[in-house]
Design a protein around this ligand. Structure first.
Ligand SMILES: Cc1cc2nc3c(=O)[nH]c(=O)nc-3n(C[C@H](O)[C@H](O)[C@H](O)COP(=O)(O)O)c2cc1C
Length: 290
């Protein structure tokens, strides 16, 4: 199983601190939260990518619509040691989508083709992938660009079984997912409300959906709430986040965003009431770790 990119949550420091729970959950790879592929922007300056890949099995993800800029970014990361990369074709936010990036790229098949070509050229056959949605407004839109994906030797296409309009809520559409998976001739990965036992909503095994792998995001993050080592792990996450970010305020924001995933659990709902109003790391630690 693959850990999904959750920007602001499954970031590099998170993946380092929570490496043991990830391994216990059989998450053997992660896709990194997206980094923009833009002219003049050095991807190796981004915190996700600075310092090289190390021992982590993580795939950098880029978002953009400029094939030349993508080529430059991919050359930089390949030289720095990364073997794989992914293109974000699924981000649903209107600001991004309306500019033809993220899920918006599905509306411009010519640009999509040039981006996939750039990725496969630079990283090599079987080393570049894409992560997308069923469509923007309708769940059958991916079908109309299936041949664009099929034209390239992609490592995989991960499909979040929702439309961009749905954002992150509402039911995943397994019938539309099946239709998209069967139209694609590249390996397909299921994503969207999957459980940690690798099943799609309703307990459907991923093999029944025509895919070999599953990508899991929020259910893994939620599962940390009941991990036996959560207190020492959280304490370490605060320490390492402070070392990374250099001041208390962004660390507070980061930890609150994580703990918000646990607020509906009985054992966390009272703690959450205190955590969300904490104004310093001292207050946060008292609320979290007592
Ligand atoms: C806070 C947040 C940040 C996300 N950031 C990214 C991202 O950087 N790149 C991406 O492809 N998807 C991103 N996603 C989408 C997730 O990777 C995933 O497709 C979605 O959450 C559905 O999977 P899940 O139900 O297993 O969480 C994000 C989702 C959330 C909730």
């Amino acid at each position: 199983m693959i850990l999904a990119p959750l920007r602001g949550v499954t970031i590099r420091t998170f993946r380092r601190v929570f490496a043991a729970p990830m391994a216990e959950a059989r998450l053997t790879e992660s896709v990194q939260p997206f980094v923009p592929a833009m002219k003049g922007l050095d991807p190796l300056k981004d915190r996700e990518l600075s310092g090289g890949p190390g021992n982590e099995c993580a795939t950098p993800q880029f978002i953009g619509k400029d094939p030349a800029a993508l080529r430059e970014c991919l050359k930089r990361i390949k030289d720095a040691g990364w073997k794989f990369a992914d293109l974000n074709c699924g981000c649903p936010f209107p600001m991004i989508r309306k500019k033809g990036r993220g899920s918006g790229i599905l509306k411009t098949p010519g640009v999509l083709a040039q981006m996939l070509e750039a990725g496969c050229d630079v990283m090599g056959p079987g080393k570049f992938s894409a992560k997308t949605r069923l469509g923007l407004d309708a769940a059958d839109e991916l079908l109309s660009v299936a041949e664009v994906f099929n034209a390239f030797p992609l490592r995989r296409v991960t499909i979040h079984a929702r439309t961009a309009r749905q954002m992150y809520e509402g039911d995943c559409d397994l019938a539309a997912f099946r239709a998209a998976a069967s139209a694609l001739r590249v390996p397909v990965v299921y994503n969207g409300d999957a459980s940690l036992d690798g099943r799609a909503p309703g307990g459907v095994p991923c093999e029944e959906l025509g895919c070999a792998d599953v990508m899991v995001g929020r259910s893994f993050v939620r599962s940390l709430a009941v991990h036996t080592d959560i207190s020492p792990l959280l304490s370490r996450y605060i320490d390492e986040s402070l070392a990374e970010l250099g001041s208390e305020r962004p660390v507070l924001g980061r930890i609150k965003e994580l703990v918000a995933y646990w607020r509906d659990r009985p054992e966390w709902s009272r703690k959450w009431g205190v955590v969300k109003i904490a104004r310093s790391l001292r207050e946060l630690r008292i609320a979290l770790l007592r």
